[in-house]
Design a binder for this molecule. Structure first.
Ligand code: ABU
Length: 379
């Protein structure tokens, strides 16, 4: 611990430069959220019909925390500073002047909320009422970085009102009546639960590649959110992308840059933005399909998919942490010259994701590079 007397120096430009300082989430008190316009949870097969809310079972929480703690300890052993959020009572009701929500969510996936771009950490708007106050769990850390690092740019995107104007009415009820074909037509039309009434985005819909940021439009990130990011980061090139998925949420199990010149693409969720492949090819990047996932169904109570197989934490351009059951994914990266560190984390899935979700960069070595000097007009 003495080593961590060293002061924070917030800086991270991409997903792969050598990692020096990271936040790792906690499973404590994570809730199955009460229904709200943006999201409805239901697992009737586990005795949790629509409308049920409550804390995830204690034994699941303990197992998830054990895996998160082991992951954090492994990173510390490698000399990486690890900080953890401060959980609050997520079972409490929250309200603003516009609405009241029966529960919060948790603090396992810091990646959803914190976007680090250079010397800046930006608190995302989020689009769930249950996650509106989630920034509070990271405030003790951000306050500390602010004290320690005179160059730290601490930013928060405008808090959305999240009134009925922000959501399409009865979206999830109607979603259940649509065929797969209809759902994909709606994806093509970027027609999900959010309206364009105000900017909304989750930080995990952003993939960072130096001067270029890929931002996925999704069920939690709208076009206004992407426009806000474009105006907020005027020195960056922001590329709005979509993929073949009926209810997309976060880019980090869909399209993952792993080092300069190499990106992993989900073998099922093909890009629906044709310029993406052209842009990468023109700039001599190789895009490869990810390996087959180890699991054929979601973890119990998980809203995340089996594609957490490609949700990884990169420690440096030659070293990557992959979930320990994902043998084929590990093998693929091994063949590409990576040292692969297997990290057991599947029991964390129900708490909000995999290795990338469970972390948020504070510091990586390196500077802002231009990995895509050859543009594609209009992209
Ligand atoms: N938050 C990453 C999970 C995305 C997915 O389940 O595909």
């Amino acid at each position: 611990m003495a080593e961590y007397a060293r002061k924070a120096k917030v800086c991270s430009w991409n997903e792969w430069d050598p990692l020096k300082h990271v936040i790792v989430g906690r499973a404590d008190g994570t809730m199955i959220q009460a229904p709200e316009p943006a999201v409805e949870r239901e697992w009737p097969q586990y005795g949790v019909p629509l409308g049920t809310c409550g804390r995830l079972p204690q034994e699941m929480e303990d197992k998830a925390n054990e895996q998160l703690n082991n992951f954090a300890a492994m990173l510390e052993k490698r000399g990486i500073r690890v900080d953890r959020p401060t959980p609050i009572d997520f079972s409490q009701a929250v309200q603003t002047p516009d609405w009241k929500q029966a529960t919060m969510f948790g603090c396992m996936p810091p990646r959803d909320l914190l976007l680090t771009v250079g010397h800046e950490i930006l608190e995302a708007t989020m689009s769930y009422r249950s996650r509106w106050f989630e920034y509070l769990v990271y405030r003790p850390l951000l306050e500390q970085y602010f004290k320690e690092d005179a160059d730290f740019r601490w930013e928060a995107a405008p808090k959305p009102r999240l009134t009925e104007r922000t959501y399409k009415k009865n979206y999830w009820t109607r979603f259940k009546t649509w065929s797969e074909e209809e759902k994909l037509e709606r994806t093509q039309a970027r027609d999900w639960v959010l309206t364009e009434a105000e900017p909304c985005f989750d930080a995990a819909d952003v993939a960072r590649l130096g001067r270029d940021l890929l931002v996925q439009q999704s069920t939690v990130t709208n076009a206004a959110g992407i426009r806000w990011l474009r105006q907020h980061f005027p020195s960056h090139r922001i590329h709005a992308v979509i993929f073949k998925e009926d209810a997309p949420m976060h880019i980090d199990a869909t399209f993952v840059p792993v080092r300069p010149g190499l990106a992993l693409s989900n073998r099922q969720r093909k890009p629906l933005t044709p310029e993406l492949a052209e842009f990468f090819k023109k700039n001599d990047w190789e895009i490869i399909e990810c390996a087959k996932p180890a699991h054929d169904q979601k973890a119990k109570f998980s809203f995340c998919s089996v594609w957490l197989s490609m949700n990884m934490l990169i420690l440096d351009p030659k070293t990557v942490c992959v979930e320990a059951s994902e043998k084929e994914q590990m093998e693929q990266l091994d063949q590409r010259g990576f040292e692969v560190i297997p990290v057991p984390l599947w029991d964390v899935a129900a708490f909000g994701g995999g290795l990338h979700c469970a972390t948020a960069d504070v510091t990586r070595e390196g500077t802002c590079q231009d990995y895509f000097p050859k543009p594609i007009p209009g992209f």
